[in-house]
Each structure stands twice: as structure tokens, then as C-alpha cells.
Write a protein that binds this ligand. Structure first.
Ligand code: NAD
Ligand code: UFG
Length: 352
């Protein structure tokens, strides 16, 4: 049976589907014709994101989206999500989780509870509802402070903070279910997702002063923040500022569709772990200059000491994903800047 035939008879569940990456993936899956359930407690997102996704999708999409407000740690909420559509749930994309590295150092138990406990509760619900396929949102921070690049999936994973530890533990928990229950599992290690849907209608909506480079830059461009603080110019990198592998969120969304299609075609136990990046790290200063070129807006900055916990560089090898899924990121840094800026300009207060 083809993957599309399988999913025509079934629905998919997105936990955390109202969030930054989840909302963009939801749109692409709705546009591909899928029926979907979103389970989200809106701890770090807004239901308005789901309205905007429906606006961008085809007119019939509203009938294919089931919204369940609830917590991924709650068996009752998960049961409501699994039974929301008349069709069975054939697969889950598990985005729901917490992602702030510093907060994870300050409140480790919260991170173990939501990220690992949430994944465990989800896995138990999948068992109750006879679903054996899950795509898990992991992170490039599982590689700790690597010295060799590009990073391949077989390289050591010595995570250095609770956030990355909880993600690696969840990867391992799901891998054990491949062995014991014959599940089909993909752990996707995202590098640095940025940008927004080109319409400017959905995007990243951090609360308060942004922690991350891209939303900080767009808020400087909008005049909401005075200048960028560049954390460190003494790293052993091309220009001394930190290097990361930034990937357009729409490329990431498309990678989830390719991963689901791949897993759906597997007849038996399957475990895959893939880096999702472009393969090309960019420095903080390169990003600043790319943004200035793409938007014609100057970004004033000052250089500060290194930020605690930051590593010099992260850069993916995108080859495993290319080989297995036939997927590669295609959008440029310029597009990431342009689309991120369009979203910020049209939504100065995010969804609020
Ligand atoms: P996000 O915060 O925008 O989305 C996460 C969503 O999960 C939000 O809608 C939030 O309300 C929801 N959520 C949180 N706790 C929940 C709970 N207990 N029950 C139900 N819903 C809950 O983050 P994102 O950037 O879209 O990230 C999605 C996933 O990818 C996360 O698991 C994150 O750790 C992982 N990830 C993100 C990045 C990144 O830089 N954005 C990098 C690597 C991995
Ligand atoms: N940076 C600045 N100024 C800022 C913010 C960031 O110079 O105001 C620098 C950082 O020092 C780093 C780079 O920009 O060199 C990227 O920093 P981000 O905070 O944007 O991203 P991180 O790589 O620190 O972390 C992000 C997410 C994590 C995720 C990780 C995956 O926050 O959740 O990417 O690589 F796990």
C-alpha cells in the first residue's frame, strides 16, 4: 500500500502543533491532504497560530484539523487526542516540549518531567491506541561541545545541560520501543531553525526579550531593541563569533513530511536518527550582514563576552537525511532573513 493510501484511512497527531516548528509542519501536512489532530497546552504558543494555519491552507482544511487543548503528560488528554478523529491515528510527530537551555539548568526537574515524562506518557498512549510510528523532535545540542565537523549521527553525544540530556534520554527510550515492540521511530536532531512562512502570517513568537539570535535581530531591526549583543568574538571560528547551522523552518517542515512518508513505507521495526541542517555553519557576524543585505536595515551591535553554556560551533552533515529521505534544505540564509523579517514587521507583537 502506498503511504498516501495508508494515511488516507488514518490521521496524524502533532503534539505541540501550535508552536514554531509545529505550526509550519501542520500547514505543510494540511496542504498535503492529511487529517490531523493537534494536542497543545499553549504553554509557549497561541491558538491563533492554528487559525492562521487554516487561513493559509485550502478551504477544506478546517474540516481536517482537530484541536485538543491539553497536556502531553496527561493520559486523559492524550486519550482525547487519539479519539478526536473518527479514523485511527497512524503516526505522531512529537514536538511538545520545553527548549530553553538556561531554564533547563535552573529547573531541571521541569525539563525531565515535560520532555522525558511527556514522551513516556505519549508512548503509553500510543500503546493503548495501537499506534507504532513516531517522529521525535530532538536537538543538535545532544552533541555537546564537538570538535570535529560536520557532525554525523554516529558521533559521540555527551550532552552538557539538562535540556539536551532529556532529549537524548527520550531518543533512547523510543529506540528501546523499536526493539521491544517493533515500533517505527525517527529522531530528528534539529540544528538552528529560523525564518518563517513567506506569507508573514505564521512565525516564531518568543515571549519577552528573545534569547535567540534571529528574533533578537528582527526586534532590533524593528526598533524594539536598541542593538544586538554579540556574545563573544574570541571563539576559534572564522571571524571569532559563534557559528551555527541555521535552517529555514519551511525546510524543516518539509523534512517532517519526508520522514513520515519514509516511516509509513517501512513494514517493520525501524529506528532512524537524522541531523536536520543545511551543512553550512554561519557566524553571528555573517548572519548580521546577511540580514542587513536582505532587508537594507542596519543592525547596530556591540560585542560582549561569551554567553555561559554556548559552544563555539555546530554544523550538520546533511548527508544521511539526503540519502535516506531524498531531502535537502534548499532555502538560503537570505530567505531566512527576508521571511523572518516579514513576519516580525507584520506582527510586531507576535500573535498578541
Ligand atoms: P515551541 O515552544 O514553539 O513549540 C513547542 C510547543 O509545545 C508549544 O506550542 C507549547 O505550547 C507546546 N507544549 C509545551 N509543553 C507542553 C505540554 N506539556 N503539553 C502539551 N503541549 C506542550 O518550540 P519549537 O521551536 O517549535 O520546538 C518544537 C520542538 O523542537 C521542541 O520539542 C524543541 O525542544 C525541539 N527543538 C527546537 C529547536 C529550536 O531551536 N526551536 C531546536 C532543537 C529542537
Ligand atoms: N547570540 C548572540 N546574541 C544573541 C543571541 C545569540 O550573539 O542575542 C549568538 C550565540 O552566542 C550563538 C548564536 O548566536 O553563537 C546562536 O544562538 P541562539 O541562542 O540563537 O541558538 P543556540 O545555538 O544557542 O540554541 C538554539 C536553541 C536550542 C537548540 C539549539 C540547537 O535555542 O533550543 O539551537 O542547535 F537546541
Amino acid at each position: 500500500m502506498s503511504p498516501s493510501a495508508v494515511t488516507a484511512m488514518a490521521a496524524l497527531l502533532l503534539t505541540g502543533g501550535a508552536g514554531f516548528i509545529g505550526s509550519h509542519t501542520l500547514l505543510v501536512l494540511l496542504q498535503a491532504g492529511h487529517e490531523l489532530v493537534v494536542l497543545d497546552n499553549f504553554a509557549n504558543s497561541s491558538p491563533i497560530a492554528l487559525d492562521r494555519v487554516l487561513e493559509l491552507a485550502s478551504p477544506d482544511a478546517a474540516g481536517r484539523l482537530h484541536r485538543v487543548e491539553g497536556d502531553v503528560r496527561s493520559a486523559a488528554d492524550l486519550d482525547r487526542a487519539f479519539t478526536a478523529p473518527a479514523k485511527p491515528i497512524a503516526g505522531v510527530v512529537h514536538f511538545a516540549g520545553l527548549k530553553a537551555v538556561r531554564e533547563s539548568v535552573e529547573q531541571p526537574l521541569l525539563y525531565w518531567d515535560v520532555n522525558l515524562g511527556g514522551t513516556r506518557a505519549l508512548a503509553e498512549a500510543m500503546g493503548r491506541h495501537h499506534c507504532d510510528l513516531v517522529v521525535f523532535s530532538s536537538t543538535a545540542t545532544v552533541y555537546g561541545e564537538p570538535q570535529e565537523f560536520p557532525l554525523t549521527e554516529a558521533m559521540p553525544t555527551p550532552p552538557v545541560h539538562p535540556y539536551a540530556q532529556t532529549k537524548l534520554a527520550a531518543e533512547q527510550m523510543l529506540a528501546s520501543l523499536v526493539r521491544s515492540e517493533g515500533w517505527r521511530v525517527a529522531s530528528l536532531r534539529y540544528f538552528n531553525p529560523v525564518g518563517a512562512h513567506p506569507s508573514g502570517r505564521i512565525g516564531e513568537d518568543p515571549s519577552g526579550i528573545p534569547n535567540n539570535l534571529f528574533p533578537y535581530i528582527t526586534q532590533v531591526a524593528a526598533g524594539r531593541l536598541e542593538h544586538l549583543r554579540v556574545f563573544g568574538e574570541d571563539y576559534p571560528t572564522r571571524d571569532g563569533s559563534g557559528e551555527r547551522d541555521y535552517i529555514h523552518v519551511m525546510d524543516l517542515a518539509e523534512a517532517h513530511v519526508a520522514t513520515l512518508d519514509h516511516l509509513m513505507q517501512q513494514p517493520g521495526p525501524t529506528q532512524i536518527t537524522l541531523n536536520l541542517g543545511t551543512g553550512e555553519a554561519r557566524s553571528v557576524l555573517e548572519v548580521v550582514h546577511a540580514f542587513e543585505q536582505a532587508t537594507d536595515i542596519a543592525i547596530p551591535y556591540e560585542v560582549l563576552p561569551r554567553r555561559a553554556g554556548d559552544v563555539p560551533k555546530l554544523e550538520a552533515s546533511p548527508e544521511s537525511a539526503a540519502k535516506l529521505l531524498g531531502w535537502r534544505a534548499s532555502r538560503s540564509l537570505e530567505q531566512m532573513c527576508r521571511d523572518g523579517w516579514a513576519w516580525q514587521q507584520a506582527n510586531p507583537n507576535g500573535y498578541r
